[in-house]
Design a protein. Structure first.
Length: 96
């Protein structure tokens, strides 16, 4: 089993997609950490309540009790996720 310390980590810089945003100030460093139990997405300068500075991942995708869901910590002072979105409605078999 992969332990969190050995979890694969991808890093990338994303650019602002808004019109007229093409300077060096319009980029954001991000990382994706792939655990056996979740995929976590972090951004430089952002975190969540329990994480040490520089190690936070305020976005998580996980399979929990048979449901794929997205968790977001939009407030660094909140111990629990501020938003939990179940993705079952996005299943392709539900397309009309």
């Amino acid at each position: 089993m992969i332990t969190p310390i050995h979890a694969p980590k991808l890093t990338q810089t994303i650019m602002d997609a808004g019109e007229g945003h093409d300077s060096i100030d319009d980029i954001q460093a991000c990382s994706v950490v792939i655990h056996p139990f979740a995929i976590e997405i972090g951004f430089e300068g952002y975190g969540e309540y329990g994480a040490a500075e520089g190690y936070g991942c305020p976005v998580r995708v996980e399979l929990y009790e048979g449901k794929l869901r997205l968790l977001v910590w939009a407030d660094i002072n909140s111990e629990d996720p501020t938003h939990t979105i179940e993705l079952n409605g996005a299943q392709e078999v539900r397309r009309e």
